[in-house]
Design a protein around this ligand. Structure first.
Ligand SMILES: Nc1nc2c(ncn2[C@@H]2O[C@H](COP(=O)(O)OP(=O)(O)OP(=O)(O)O)[C@@H](O)[C@H]2O)c(=O)[nH]1
Ligand SMILES: [Mg+2]
Length: 239
């Protein structure tokens, strides 16, 4: 199955429709330490998840290409460190960013407060056209097991109490003009949808054509994601 999926992605890239514009989008992830920023971005880029991940030091840079309608979007992602001692570095990463994902942990109210502080800072100091998505991560921890018979021992857990009600975060996001998503880097729920909606919201005049020949976009890459294909395979849906 994995081989077939890879082949289909390559076909997508090589089809005549692949004469698409390659667009660069700089995206920065911000949020309190340990909310799952690195895990969300690794789920998006590598489709994997690691328990007990080490904290990020400074920032990490990752890229991912995504096919979205007539565009091939190259996300250039700065995954920043959430520890307070790195806070002063953040402006270097959000300067000129077209998008930001501000992440909090739905089981920690303090992380939601910190997310609001990041949103304020972005709205004051980042580009006025930046697309900001508020992302409540770790929803798997608050989800009841509905089909325990099918779950492995590792998957079975007692739900942790949710501290940030979805309605409260959604209302705050609507008032502040942000996109809003809930995700689980662990299960993958909502992750692709988050990046897809961000990509769709970046104003066309903010999109930077990637340097190099337009058909650079058609070279098959193992980790190029066709958002439409992946969307139909994921329960969250996108595009
Ligand atoms: N259950 C669950 N655990 C998660 C999820 N996302 C991340 N984690 C765990 O939470 C811990 C912190 O995740 P990271 O991705 O390192 O968090 P971070 O926000 O990048 O942290 P800093 O780099 O210190 O800012 C790790 O042990 C992850 O395995 C999730 O969606 N569900
Ligand atoms: Mg990290």
């Amino acid at each position: 199955m994995a081989g077939a999926t890879a082949e289909r992605r390559e076909l997508d890239a090589a089809s005549p429709e692949a004469a698409v514009r390659l667009i660069q989008t700089k995206l920065v992830l911000l949020g309190e330490a340990a909310v799952g920023k690195t895990s969300v971005v690794h789920r998006f880029v590598q489709d994997d998840f690691q328990e007990n991940r080490e904290p990020t030091i400074g920032a990490a840079f990752l890229t991912q290409r995504c096919r979205l309608e007539d565009r091939l979007i190259k996300f250039e992602i700065w995954d920043t460190a959430g520890q307070e001692r790195f806070h002063s570095l953040a402006p270097m990463y959000y300067r000129n960013a077209q998008a930001s994902a501000v992440v909090f942990d739905v089981t920690k109210m303090a992380s939601f407060d910190k997310a609001k502080a990041w949103v304020k800072e972005l709205q004051r100091q980042a580009s006025p056209t930046i697309v900001i998505a508020l992302v409540g991560n770790k929803v798997d921890l608050v989800t009841e097991q509905t089909d325990a018979a099918d779950a492995t021992d590792e998957e079975l857990h007692t739900p942790v109490e949710r501290e940030v009600p979805r309605s409260e975060a959604e209302q705050y996001a609507a008032d502040a003009g942000l996109l809003f998503f809930e995700t689980s880097a662990k299960t993958g729920a909502g992750v692709l949808e988050t990046f897809t909606e961000i990509a769709k919201r970046i104003p066309l005049d903010q999109q930077k054509p990637s340097p190099g020949p337009a058909n650079a976009s058609v070279s098959p890459r193992a980790n190029a994601v066709n958002l439409q294909n992946r969307a139909s395979a994921s329960s969250g849906g996108c595009c």
